[in-house]
Write a protein that binds this ligand. Sequence first.
Ligand code: 3H9
Length: 699
Amino acid sequence: MSDILKINERISIERVGDVALICIDNPPVNATGQAVRQGLQEAIEVLNADAQAQVIAIYAAGRTFVAGADIREFGKPPMPPALPDVFNVIEDSQTPVISVLHGTALGGGFELGLATHARIGIEGLRVGLPEINLGLLPGAGGTQRVPRLAGIPMALDMALSGRMVSAREALEKGLLDRVETGAPRDVALAAAAQVLAGTLPTRRTCDLATPKDDKALEDTAAMLRAKQAHLVAPHKIVEAVRAAYLPRTEGLAVERQAFIDCMQTPQRAGMIHAFFGERAVSNVAEAKGPARDIGKVGVIGGGTMGSGIATSCLLAGLDVVLVEVAPEGLQRGVDTITKNIDGAVSRGKLPADKRDGVLAALTPSLKMEDLGDVDLVIEAVFEQMDVKKDIFGRLDRICKPGAILASNTSYLDINEIATCTQRPQDVLGLHFFSPAHVMRLLEIVQGAGTAPDVLASGFALAKRLKKVGVLAQVCDGFIGNRILAHYSQTASYLVLDGAAPAQVDAALEAFGFAMGPHKVGDLAGLDIGWMTRKRKAATRNPAERYAGDVADRICENGWFGRKTGRGYYNYDGGAPVPNPQALEIIDAVRSEKGITPRAFSDEEIVDRYMTAMIAEAARVVEDGTAKRPVDVDMVFVFGYGFPRYRGGPLHYADTLGARELVARIQRYAQEDAQYWQVPALLQQMAETGKTFADLNKEG
Ligand code: 3H9
């Protein structure tokens, strides 16, 4: 016999004899929003007042246990009860409370489990403390209870990496008491019966003492000071975990304060913008309609890009036909793919026993005719319009009706490419970022004739490849490279006018970029920009100040960066050191142009660079190349090493305000009115007080 009492719309109690089951039902991921917190607390209070309830088991409905606190509530006024208080009520319950976790128990969800008196994981469960990815730390007892159960090193590892831990590992480390199979409610009933029978022991986590490990704390703190000085949350995590030596009340107070401190940082706001932004980019009508089935993919071109794309498709379980023109090129492609797949195995991304099967799904070919039965072709050859046009014309004759024809071009006009086919509706751009099996961004470029189901297929493919697909319209460089082309000029102007490349890089790395623009240029190959400048030379606006002199001259020496051992830096093994001959070139160019070098502060470097980036990003939103500001932000976070904790260029722009940005541009325009122009959108925003966040909402 069982009866059900609904505490509120999210929490219910079911009695089965002496057992009370508490079910959490808050789709889609059972986040601990206010109703869940309130309901859990009330349920425990009701059951503690009920002599018949001998054991309480908490489980969740739907596809997962609790995925954490409700992130949408962050940054808003607190709504009691607070999560740590609810968990103390659970831990202090006189009636034993156990929990059954399935799917993913993350952040506040895992912390809920930690506060119960025994935890059962259902096979396939993954637990984790991912708050660090939101600029936060576990704020509902995670930093206090994990050290007590699994030791300080495990607590630091989980909270600082945010990684998902398998049920098996959690069991080994003492974070779970059992791992079972079955439906959560059935497992909860069985486990509760074991508690009643005395075969499943229960205990309060806070009664355990944290095993001492000062060395782990000190070593980690020192490592973080050296490597992540600019981030707030990691240091606070160490501080909070250290407090796990203290009794529960004091330890939780330290954790609470650290959590509040992190909550108030712009880093938290930036990271949460990135969390929702990652999901918002595919929340567009173009992504939602019916998509075509993709099981077999053709990739044309076995260079770094084509091999990376093929690797990414293979890792997602797709069959791939790799086409190259010459046997050596094909072999090189196959070798690169094999190396990439082996790398995925060694990094733990692919189980070793799957390696051969994945590679067996690759068919190398020297004949484009072998693409007759593929569902999608991704062309990744040399960036030359006539070459691409020739390929698309041939694909049109070879590919089956309904096959999707995509180009991985970084800037060429998809519409022009589509004219070489009789099926412009099947053509779109799929712009991957190098290395394509690692970088998560995929620009999905809509041609004038692209059919809706082809666009939707682009988004479905992004999802399948675990990439972040962002819709872009046709223009030179689409969203990312168009903005890059603009602000890269600022880096060159700064160098021409007096800054050293290494100073520019250091200032921007301190701002949070993984690498400064000169190091990126050296890594990507300076010859790429050189070719682009030559391509555009004929159409260059003579009124525009030329930014390429220094880079051109470096390239004329055959120095293309890392791959030739020289560029802005020298790479004789070890860390890059500024190339003295590049500095001589810079001096020579300055004197030829009559420029008297001046000093730039690091702050000014960052201000100019970011203002240029924001200005072009605003134009990209203004003319519709990107649908919304958040689309630009995600392009930069996932494709260009933009610091996630700053949310993206236009999220960052809101922290400065449109008025300040317009004032800056007007100031810089006094030196160069051609380059520094106020975008109409920014001007309007300065006048009306609108923010990019407002534009995202209008969406
Ligand atoms: C925390 O817990 C702090 C505590 O320590 C202390 C507090 C005092 N809240 O990702 P999906 C939405 S911090 C609100 O597409 P999947 C998501 O936006 C939290 N909403 O599904 C999406 O909405 P929509 C620590 C959330 O199957 C929908 O759910 N926890 C939350 O690919 C589906 O999500 C985390 O950081 C949330 N917590 O992946 C875990 N989570 O459909 C964050 C998701 O409108 N979540 N949504 O776009 C995840 O990592 C993934 O969502 C998960 C499922 C792996 C669970």
